[in-house]
Design a protein around this ligand. Structure first.
Ligand code: FAD
Ligand code: SF4
Length: 350
């Protein structure tokens, strides 16, 4: 890997996209993650990438984390899979596999990996790069079990689940093993997720969403300016020299287009979102009201709108923790869940 190009500064936020349109066509945003993985594989800087997707295993839909050894395998796993994934356990199993690996992880997984790699030298030698996604919440496998049940989709027949946000307000395409395809509006699926339905338990107390412990953090850039651009961009931050070297090399080779956005500008632009999603205090109040064990010392000096938003979120999480609650929530019209989700969004902005 070459020297750090002066324009790729550690800790700064850039926006950009993979130059290869084949990568962008299957990616979640600008294809920066899949572009970096493809570059590392083709340059033989890694032997495999540890990537994730949704499929069914032993008759049950779930998130899986697998080794991709070719560009095609990387592309088969591109896109965002809104589900809990066994990334950390798969990294632990790398001890038995020869060669170097790059890992794609959620922020909570990147934090666990940082600790794991710090105390395990052999594993550290194997992991060439950790790419962390930005993330403000995911769901358990039961989420898909229930939503597929609602749409009459046999979970045992699911081959893949892909989000395509290019189509109107976006669609979720569920490919079945007999090659048939079913489509669910992304807005519907996302409303259940944003309302707290089957939220991963960790998400109730998560306050770090930009993968600060990864080498390279990648997310979306959903400002008006970037929504208008014909090519979708990813936002990314190089946090280690290894990541900065990779990005600089890709830019030199014409594989990656990038421009500086600025971390301060990002934080200013999304300050309301960060205030809501990084503050644990309203969640402690919401936890008491909904019967969860609060984390940290009590505090009543909180934003009441945020308390209400988190209370709605945790209430749905609690309901979907029991069979009766699941039947109740999924028996409600999806328009009501959309209303709850919109209310949470509106309250979070106050
Ligand atoms: C659950 C979840 C929540 C997210 N929330 C936000 C958010 O609030 N704000 C934001 O800016 N961005 C969020 N993102 C990140 C965003 O959706 C894109 O993944 C990111 O912009 C990278 O896009 P890309 O085109 O560069 O990646 P791509 O080239 O599409 O590659 C994505 C990579 O991520 C891997 N991956 C997908 N899902 C998972 C998963 N569950 N666990 C581990 N690896 C996975 C894929 O295997 C693939 O290698 C979230 C992603 C996920 C999975
Ligand atoms: S919100 Fe936090 S805990 Fe939940 S999946 Fe994302 S990083 Fe992990």
């Amino acid at each position: 890997m070459g020297a750090v190009a002066p324009e790729v500064a550690l800790g700064e936020l850039y926006v950009g996209y993979a130059a290869d349109p084949d990568i962008r066509s299957v990616a979640s945003s600008g294809g920066v993650v899949s572009g970096v993985l493809t570059h590392l594989l083709e340059r033989h800087l890694i032997d495999a990438a540890l990537v994730s997707r949704i499929t069914s295993v032993d008759g049950r839909v779930c998130g899986v984390t697998e080794l991709a050894r070719t560009k095609q395998q990387v592309l088969d796993h591109a896109g965002s899979s809104y589900i809990d994934t066994p990334v950390v356990n798969r990294v632990k199993a790398l001890r038995d596999i020869p060669g170097k690996v790059a890992v794609v992880a959620l922020p909570c997984q990147a934090r666990l990996l940082k600790r794991l790699l710090a105390r395990d030298g052999a594993l550290r030698q194997k992991v060439a790069l950790v790419i962390g996604l930005f993330c403000r919440g995911t769901v358990t496998r039961q989420f898909y079990e229930d939503i597929f049940g609602r749409y009459g989709i046999d979970q045992a027949a699911v081959e893949s689940v892909k989000v395509d946000r290019g189509h109107l307000k976006g669609m979720v395409y569920v490919r079945l093993r007999d090659q048939q395809e079913r489509a669910i509006p992304f807005a519907t699926l996302n409303a259940y997720r944003m309302a707290g339905v089957h939220a991963k338990r960790y998400c109730l107390w998560c306050d770090e969403h930009l993968s600060e412990q990864a080498d390279l953090s990648v997310g979306d850039i959903f400002t008006k300016e970037f929504k208008r651009r014909p090519i979708k961009h990813s936002a990314f931050i190089c946090r280690s020299e290894t990541a900065a070297d990779v990005v600089a090399q890709m830019q030199c080779d014409g594989l990656l287009e990038l421009e500086l956005f600025g971390i301060d500008r990002y934080r200013r632009t999304f300050s309301r979102l960060e205030r809501y999603s990084n503050d644990l205090r309203p969640r402690r109040v919401a936890a008491r009201l909904t019967g969860f064990k609060p984390v940290g010392p009590p505090s009543w000096r909180v934003n009441p709108a945020h308390c209400l938003a988190w209370t709605l979120f945790m209430l749905n999480r609690r309901l979907t923790g029991s069979d009766a609650g699941r039947r109740l929530v999924y028996g409600l019209p999806s328009s009501l869940i959309s209303l709850v989700s919109l209310s949470i969004k509106a309250l979070s902005r106050i």
